[in-house]
Every structure is written in structure tokens, then in C-alpha cells.
Design a protein around this ligand. Structure first.
Ligand SMILES: Cc1cc2nc3c(=O)[nH]c(=O)nc-3n(C[C@H](O)[C@H](O)[C@H](O)COP(=O)(O)OP(=O)(O)OC[C@H]3O[C@@H](n4cnc5c(N)ncnc54)[C@H](O)[C@@H]3O)c2cc1C
Length: 273
């Protein structure tokens, strides 16, 4: 069941699951199968339908090579953000350490243009290597990409296999910076809960959590899904939440925020059916 692998612990079945170990492995697989494909990283930003998804799922986690060269690094899509940052820090290299509080893979981060207020992954992207549905290689140069807030705008259907990121020699305070990020995360996020992080994007000029709080949704519960008391842009699965519970909670929040503020909240999480 996909639920076992997802951060939110919601998800049903799919046609097949593949875990390629390299780009050429994935290339062969794409050429062999005619099925619709769904590529997933760590599943830290997805709400998956809990019935059957009529697709074959590709999990990238075994594609996790990293190669450093002069002021840049080649990273495969399945590499986890945390382990990549650890390797950078151990080698005294600065790259995406600002993203330490973000779970997930490099590929997922590219698709989402993941980041924090002051930094997003596209700040250091030089190029992105992808495969299309037929296994053909597509290389996207940074200058030809149009990333937006929490959306890398990678053309639909492409699977990100790796990227090249800009690096630099770390400042002396890198380890201190890392420790500060971890401390802040532990204070502000519901660590240990089943969640996929921020449910909604911040509308321009507003913070989604403040809007949600202002309409009395902090702690609101529908079935097994609840708005986190600690961070009310996070939806939590209390253990037995269904896909439908989360959708209902999302819709209730959106309706209340619209009724009071005239603002349409847009989902940051990807809803996959
Ligand atoms: C506790 C918590 C805190 C978080 N904090 C932040 C934060 O501060 N900032 C932030 O930006 N995000 C945050 N997130 C969200 C999430 O961690 C990021 O969006 C992350 O980059 C998603 O990576 P993933 O590998 O889990 O992607 P998944 O959730 O697996 O997938 C996300 C989307 O990308 C697609 N996808 C994944 N990999 C590929 C690939 N290789 N090729 C093509 N498509 C692919 C999937 O189909 C899906 O549409 C948080 C999540 C949690 C649970």
C-alpha cells in the first residue's frame, strides 16, 4: 500500500511499483511499459487517493548518486535532501543547507521548487536532466526554466533524473547555521506527526497559517484529519484519516477563508488520484 510509504500515511494501491537504480535502468523500464506513470520521491508533499490509482509508480530513492566537481555537484533525483546536505557539510561545501528542515528528495524539490522564505532550490540549479515518457533524455538549462513559488514548472510528463547544482566553499559558521535551523524546526513544526507540511501556499502579502487561524480552524478535525495546533497550515493524520477526510478539511478551510477574507487559498501539496 502506498500509505505505508507516504508521510501522511494515506494512500491505496497502484498497478505496479518500480525502484530503478540508475537513469539507464529507468530508461529501459519506460521503454518496456505502456502503463501511465506516476513518479514519486519521498512522498512528503503528496495526498494520495486511498483507492486504486491506475498507474505504475516509479520511486526514485535508489537513484541517489552524488558527484562533486569544481563549484558544482551532480545529484541524482532520489537523493534525500537531508543526506545530500550532510555530505556537503562533511566536505565543507555550501549548497542547499537552508533547506535542511525540508524532508523529501532532490527530484521532488525540483518539481516543487522547494525552499524557505529566503532560499529556494532554483537559486542554485544550473541544469536538470529528465526522461520523457518514452525514455528519451531531455536536458533543461536553468535559463530556460520558469520556476515560481513552490512550483518548478517542469513540463508535465517529464521525470527528473538528476540535476547540477552550484556549490561554494562553506563559511566557518556552517555547522552553527545547521544547528540553528534544526532548533527552529523542532520548535515550530509538529515533528513526529503524519503530515505533508504546508497544505496551502502563502497568498501574496499574507501567511496561509494566519488566515487559517483567523477563521477558527486551528485544531479543527474532520474524521481522522486535523489542523495542527502547533502550525495551522499543517494537516495531520491522527492515525485513521482517509483521503476524503483530508479533502473535506481542505475544502472547509478554503470556504471559511474565502468567506471572511475573499482570498482563495491554493494547495501547495499535490493531490494525486
Ligand atoms: C514536515 C514537513 C515540512 C516541510 N517543509 C517544507 C518547507 O519548508 N519548504 C518546502 O518547500 N516544502 C516543505 N515540505 C514539503 C516537501 O518536503 C517538499 O515539497 C519536498 O521537496 C517534496 O519532495 P518529495 O521527494 O517528498 O516529493 P513527493 O512528495 O514524492 O512528490 C511531490 C511531487 O513531485 C513529483 N515528483 C517527485 N519526484 C519526481 C521526479 N523525480 N520526477 C518527476 N516528478 C517527481 C510527484 O509526482 C509529486 O507531484 C515539507 C514537508 C513536510 C512533511
Amino acid at each position: 500500500m502506498l500509505r505505508d510509504l507516504s508521510f501522511l500515511k494515506i494512500g491505496g494501491t497502484c498497478n505496479a511499483v518500480f525502484e530503478p537504480t540508475s537513469t539507464s535502468d529507468l530508461q529501459q523500464l519506460l521503454k518496456k511499459t505502456n502503463d501511465n506513470i506516476l513518479c514519486l520521491g519521498a512522498m512528503s508533499n503528496v495526498l494520495l487517493y486511498d483507492g486504486h490509482i491506475d498507474k505504475s509508480v516509479i520511486l526514485t530513492k535508489k537513484m541517489n548518486n552524488i558527484r562533486f566537481s569544481n563549484n558544482q555537484v551532480f545529484v541524482e533525483a532520489g537523493c534525500s535532501i537531508a543526506s545530500f546536505i550532510k555530505i556537503c557539510v562533511d566536505n565543507n561545501i555550501s549548497c542547499i543547507e537552508d533547506m535542511l528542515c525540508i524532508p523529501g528528495t532532490i527530484g521532488g524539490a525540483i518539481i516543487m521548487n522547494a525552499g524557505i522564505q529566503s532560499f529556494e532550490i532554483f537559486d542554485v540549479v544550473k541544469s536538470i536532466q529528465c526522461l520523457d515518457r518514452n525514455g528519451n533524455t531531455v536536458i533543461l538549462q536553468r535559463d530556460n526554466c520558469s520556476p515560481q513559488y513552490r512550483n518548478g514548472n517542469i513540463p508535465a510528463g517529464l521525470i527528473v533524473t538528476s540535476c547540477i547544482l552550484q556549490t561554494k566553499k562553506a563559511d566557518n559558521d556552517l555547522r552553527q547555521k545547521i544547528s540553528n535551523i534544526m532548533k527552529k524546526r523542532n520548535q515550530t513544526q509538529p515533528i513526529g506527526s503524519f503530515t505533508c507540511g504546508s497544505t496551502f501556499k502563502n497568498p501574496t502579502g499574507y501567511k496561509a497559517w494566519e488566515l487559517i487561524d483567523s477563521v477558527g480552524c486551528r485544531g479543527m478535525q474532520i474524521g481522522g484529519a486535523a489542523v495542527s495546533d502547533l502550525h495551522c497550515n499543517f494537516i495531520i493524520n491522527n492515525g485513521n484519516a482517509t483521503f476524503s477526510d483530508v479533502i473535506q478539511l481542505i475544502n472547509t478551510i478554503k470556504q471559511r477563508v474565502y468567506a471572511k477574507h475573499g482570498i482563495v487559498l491554493e494547495e501547495e501539496i499535490r493531490i494525486i488520484t
